[in-house]
Design a protein around this ligand. Sequence first.
Ligand code: GTP
Ligand code: MG
Length: 133
Amino acid sequence: MITAPVFAVVGHPNKGKSSVVATLSQNDAIAIALEPGTTRQRQAYPLSVDGHTLYTLVDTPGFQRPRRVLEWLQAHSVSASDHAQTVQAFVTQHRGDGRFTDECELLAPLIDGAGIIYVSMARCPTAPNTKQR
Ligand SMILES: Nc1nc2c(ncn2[C@@H]2O[C@H](COP(=O)(O)OP(=O)(O)OP(=O)(O)O)[C@@H](O)[C@H]2O)c(=O)[nH]1
Ligand SMILES: [Mg+2]
């Protein structure tokens, strides 16, 4: 039996991640809102046809502190071959400490082997000098 692929839908807050998930999973119940931070926990949504799951999309919160995450990953990675383990280590170390709650949520499905769908709005690019905590 072929296992249906799983994709994590990731990106910055308020860029349309949940809108993509709602459209591609044909699910009108998914919360979409003007305010950033609407999605706070990861949630899997399968698309099924005739009782068969074709794929599953995982809606996720947006990155809150992406540069801090990247700094940590770069500081703890020795080579490209250890990237998966380094991401796993990040989540293991920071899960529950309150500093990277959203990042741990959005990285969890990637650790489980999900593919990535990255969402950004071409008309509203993220400013290069956006301040972050
Ligand atoms: N202009 C435009 N607006 C969009 C598009 N997709 C979604 N939006 C709007 O963008 C806002 C945020 O959409 P969401 O799908 O909730 O975005 P999100 O990335 O899941 O947001 P968070 O869960 O808060 O991180 C909503 O007001 C949507 O109606 C798009 O393709 N173009
Ligand atoms: Mg959302």
